[in-house]
Design a protein around this ligand. Sequence first.
Ligand SMILES: [Zn+2]
Length: 341
Amino acid sequence: MKAIRFHDHGGPEVLRLEEVPDPVIGPGEALVRVRACALNHLDLWQRRGLRRVAIPLPHISGSDVAGTVVDSKGGDLPAGTRVMLQPGVSCGRCLACLSGSDNECPHYEVLGYRNHPGGYAELVKVPVQNLVPIADSVPFVDAAAFPLTFVTAWHMLITRANLQRGEDVLVLAAGSGVGQAAVQIARLVGARVFATAGTDAKLERARAIGAAEVINHHTQDIAEEIKRLTNRRGVDVVVEHVGVATWAKSVRSLARNGRLVTCGATTGGEAGVDLLALFSKRLSILGSYMGTKAELIRAAEHLFAGRLTPIIDRTFPLAEAGAAQQRLEESGQFGKIVLEV
Ligand SMILES: [Zn+2]
């Protein structure tokens, strides 16, 4: 099969289109013909190299995949079934897995991250329990753009922050993958959404997908704007993933009993906390990582019904994975960048 691999860490130029052996499936695994694979920041970090995590080389990235089943050993989905893939791979036998918290499995891995070659390829293998059949009405590009960001945002807002109808939510960087998913899920719950972005064009798009108020995080002070827009009250929930660049403003934007939920630190993770504000305003700071298989299936029902729609920035052919990653690296996008295979 053809695949995009890197043999060394570095810039987008290390990505090479190569002929590689087809994956061989074992018991309990399925082989999937990839039709679309969405990009995530995780792809950039593993390509550049990580301080604490060794990536086996050469490596095939790609955590968000949609395609058709070619063959499977176990499971009941016949060849040709249209599927998207659960990006979380877990053991299926441990206490965490059997309690439905498979994202807390000690053996948890993300597809395309370390030991599971991903979807920047014509074929990928996954455990059969990672196959999610998709409705015929959902294009492969949309299905590929859905799993990782929507399951992450769902776990953040619904499970961790326990978002309620009528609450106020601040979503940082609404043009990012997690941002556009969080805006839509918060709207679905019936919350009022405040969103930030870095350009006027992105702010317009944030409004179009459901933000009631928008803030330019380059030219405006997020916390001051939130105070002004909420009559000095602040918001009930902040969706963070930007990190040190926005952290202090995010904490300052919280109302009494507010919850800050974070799934990332794109600009760096060394942030402080004002403990006086933390205890006197009874704030909660919640960490969140990925989401469970059950949450993805629940969120997917809204995808199939048209109530959640991943925003596609643009698509690239597989061979242009380097250019696609460069676009993500330059933060020029609104929504997901997807490779068509
Ligand atoms: Zn497990």
